[in-house]
Design a protein around this ligand. Structure first.
Ligand code: FES
Ligand code: FES
Length: 151
């Protein structure tokens, strides 16, 4: 099937199989490997991207479902090679260790702060509960989100 969508502000058209998942379309057909696969079963959130500004797990979305829509990946949020403020906050607050979960954490945070610019700690933990991290214990991730909200 032929699909057309905006990815990080650029229109892109491609031929995909109907069963192709959005995460593999982004990684394998567009080469946007910042969106990663942690589980493939909608549990970990590592594959989180924005679809029309809302965070979604791209392993649960078919590429054809994004046809005609706007997708933003981790590659699309910084400007001119600079970190996005949420990326800057994760860096400054040591909100990562191995970094595997980080693209998804950052995208989920971008979505959270767009909806709720001053979340409480409980709201942050609730918003990120679909994003798993095996390294950090979450404490510095929460601090990073708080720092991004205050920036
Ligand atoms: S790879 Fe999508 S939720 Fe884990
Ligand atoms: S930093 Fe390693 S999984 Fe989160």
């Amino acid at each position: 099937m032929e699909i057309t969508m905006s990815v990080n502000g650029e229109s892109c058209s491609a031929e995909v199989e109907a069963r192709q998942l959005l995460v593999y379309f982004l990684r394998e057909q567009l080469g946007l490997t910042g969106t990663v696969v942690g589980c493939d079963t909608s549990s970990c959130g590592a594959c989180t991207v924005l679809l029309d500004g809302e965070s979604v797990k791209s392993c649960t979305v078919l590429a054809v479902q994004a046809d005609g829509h706007e997708v933003t990946t981790i590659e699309g949020i910084g400007a001119n090679g600079d970190f996005h403020p949420v990326q800057q906050a994760f860096h400054a607050e040591h909100g990562l260790q191995c970094g595997y979960c980080t693209p998804g954490m950052v995208m989920a945070t971008v979505s959270l702060l767009a909806e709720n610019p001053s979340p409480t700690e409980a709201e942050i933990r609730h918003a990120l509960e679909g994003n798993l991290c095996r390294c950090t214990g979450y404490q510095n991730i929460v601090k990073a989100v708080q720092a991004a909200a205050a920036a």
